[in-house]
Design a protein around this ligand. Structure first.
Ligand code: RIB
Ligand code: CA
Length: 318
């Protein structure tokens, strides 16, 4: 089986790190490059975390580059209450001898996609600022993009706000530009993201694993989300972004539908992905009020234990 050529766009953070480890380890994925963006942590932190995780993975020399330092309109707003100040929870990794390329990640993605003999799959695991800039600067690049698989959005609950998911909320304009690009898009949103986790006893045992990958995964999975001012915290064990990469190699574990989607840009709902799940047209259509929304393949359900098993087995941890 020929490995799928993939570019990852990350804001390495805890679950981006899990996704990178999985993508590098899976034989069906060929990571051409990694583009970094501010999100969970600052751009500098994201780049450094990415390089250090590639060391843990024992990865070949994959090109890494830094992209946008902040969203198109909003200031950068980190998710340190989830990922910690350094972006990798309590995990502390030694500095890497690797370095990011001295070019923008938009240039890196443009070069890698242009030079690829087959269309490239873009996997966006972060605010989509870099993808929006790429598509605005080089619109023709879309001709050699197979599809954009993004972790983001939700057809139901939010996390950054009651209705908006962090990646889309962080840069709603960028997400709207990506959906409007004409590139086929696949949304791995919170509807499935929030389901795929590893049991706490399994994650805790990994902390004592005899491999650096095992101990790193154990630390990342046991990272606890701080719940509020009393600093209480909760175990989630979610593989997070890694689930979106699992979707590349095991799509049959998902239930998906092609649905109209719009990114809300105003009001309290700013950053919400409005997903039209109706079974038949409503009065907006009947009275000619409906607007044209983009059609997106949405993951609405997942065989969660199957992805948790795939993740651990691919990393040699189950
Ligand atoms: O809402 C979850 C998403 O936001 C994940 O990609 C996480 O890493 C953060 O980027
Ligand atoms: Ca992420």
């Amino acid at each position: 089986m020929t490995a799928l050529p993939v570019i990852l766009d990350v804001d390495t953070g805890v679950d981006d790190a899990l996704a990178i480890l999985f993508a590098v380890a899976h034989p069906g994925i060929d990571v051409l490059g990694i583009s970094c963006v501010a999100g969970n942590a600052s751009l500098e932190r994201v780049v450094e975390n990415t390089l250090r995780i590639l060391d843990v993975a024992g990865s070949p020399d994959i090109p890494v580059a830094a992209g946008a330092r902040r969203p198109l309109i909003e200031p950068a707003r980190s998710a340190s209450h989830v990922h910690g100040e350094g972006g990798l929870g309590t995990l502390r990794l030694p500095p890497s001898d690797r370095s990011a390329l001295p070019i923008s990640s938009i240039e890196l993605m443009h070069t890698l996609i242009s030079q690829s003999a087959v269309p490239v799959t873009l996997v966006a695991l972060a605010p989509q600022t870099n993808l929006a800039l790429l598509l605005r600067q080089y619109p023709d690049i879309a001709d050699n993009i197979e599809r954009i698989v993004f972790m983001g959005g939700s057809a139901s609950v939010g996390n950054a706000t009651a209705v908006a998911e962090f990646n889309v909320w962080h840069d709603p304009e960028a997400a709207a530009i990506v959906l409007d690009s004409g590139v086929p898009t696949f949304m791995y949103g919170l509807d499935v993201f929030n389901q795929v986790g590893v049991d706490e006893n399994v994650a805790s045992a990994l902390l004592e694993h005899d491999s650096a990958v095992g101990r790193t995964v154990g630390s990342l999975l046991t990272n606890r989300v701080v719940l509020g001012s009393d600093k209480s915290s909760e175990y989630t064990g979610l593989i997070g972004d890694a689930g979106a990469v699992c979707a590349l190699v095991d799509p049959d574990a998902l239930r998906t539908e092609l649905r109209p989607v719009r990114v809300e840009l105003g009001g309290y709902g700013r950053g919400q992905t409005l997903v039209d799940l109706r079974r038949w047209p409503g009065e907006d259509v009947v009275h000619g009020l409906a607007e044209e929304w983009e059609t997106v393949e949405i993951a609405l359900d997942v065989d969660a234990p199957r992805y948790a098993r795939l993740f651990l087995e691919t990393l040699g941890l189950a």
